[in-house]
Design a protein. Structure first.
Length: 327
């Protein structure tokens, strides 16, 4: 009797699960980018690495019939690294530059001192030293330059003379018409005080006498103070007179013109009334300039001297110039 033996049914091998290699690579790169982002000096590299991870993750998502798990995870991690990495780097750099403590620094409050029930001894009273800005600038306006200089130096301050285009060689020949900082201003020791000065010889006799009078001398009546603008206009008028030989009206227009010195009309009038000038001599000097440089006739020179568009001398001054033109 024979037994029938049934052959075993062959088991067919299970097919291997497909692997989305691109997605897996994207996840690995994204994790690396996230790690780099925690290192402050490599944080900016995260942009590149995380960007590559995001691109690969998107490519992995587009692969048909392949699992998308790695691709989704890589995309999420890559986006996190792309945002968090550089932000962490920037925060660390700013903290390093500003010197602010990092977030993990623990502030330790000082322990309170034990309370002493005994009565503390009275603290000794001391007079605080004078602050560096306790020096009041002395008032030296109207004083001669040498007196003003000595006064400023006695206050432990430095003197700087401002004479415009001139140079102060002998301070005794100058008079102070203004100062900066103003009198009474509190400044530190060795600060510079600028003194605006004009030649004493250009001042009216009463003003010059007042500047030369010793302080505290009450025997002579005090002259009325001349405004600083008037004195400045006078100094400017003297310069114009000495260099350009202008007429009185021409000088006044130059001092008060908006295209000239822009002094007030009162300051300009004060200046031309007190300037040391010989208007006849100025007219003659101008006439000789026209004769020598432009070879003009006497009649033309006379018209140029008296013209309202020319030199603005008076008829008498122009007559004097023509009469002495050949002297």
């Amino acid at each position: 009797m024979f037994l029938a033996v049934t052959a075993p049914t062959p088991v067919s091998p299970q097919p291997a699960k497909p692997v989305n290699k691109t997605a897996r690579t994207a996840l690995i790169i994204a994790i690396v980018a996230l790690v780099l982002g925690s290192i402050w000096f490599l944080g900016f590299v995260t942009w590149i690495v995380a960007g590559v991870a995001v691109i690969l993750a998107i490519v992995g998502l587009t692969r048909p019939q392949l699992p998308k798990g790695f691709a989704i995870a890589g995309l999420i991690v890559g986006l996190i690294a792309l945002v968090a990495g550089p932000a962490t780097a920037v925060t660390n750099v700013v903290s390093a530059v500003s010197g602010s403590p990092s977030s993990d620094t623990v502030a330790i409050a000082p322990s309170s001192a034990p309370t002493d029930t005994a009565q503390p001894a009275a603290a000794a009273t001391t007079t605080p030293a004078a602050a560096p800005s306790d020096i009041a600038v002395p008032d030296v306006v109207g004083k001669e330059g040498d007196v003003a200089k000595a006064t400023i130096k006695e206050a432990n301050l430095i003197v700087n003379f401002d004479a415009g285009n001139d140079t102060v060689l002998l301070s005794a020949n100058w008079t102070v018409t203004g100062q900066s900082p103003a009198a009474g201003t509190k400044v530190a020791a060795d600060s510079t005080v600028t003194l605006k000065v004009v030649k004493t010889s250009t001042l009216p006799a009463s003003q010059a006498a007042a500047s030369a009078a010793p302080a505290g001398d009450s025997s002579a009546p005090a002259a009325p103070a001349v405004p600083a603008e008037y004195l400045a206009a006078l100094a400017s008028a003297q310069d114009y007179n000495d260099q350009q030989y202008m007429s009185k009206l021409g000088l006044y227009n130059q001092l008060t013109s908006q295209y000239g010195e822009q002094f007030s009309k009162k300051a300009g009038q004060y200046a031309v009334d007190h300037v040391k000038a010989d208007w006849n001599a100025n007219a003659l000097a101008k006439a000789k300039d026209y004769r020598e440089q432009q070879h003009m006739s006497s009649a033309s020179i006379h018209d140029q001297l008296t013209s309202s568009y020319g030199e603005k001398f008076t008829q008498a001054q122009a007559d004097y110039a023509i009469a002495h033109l050949n002297d």
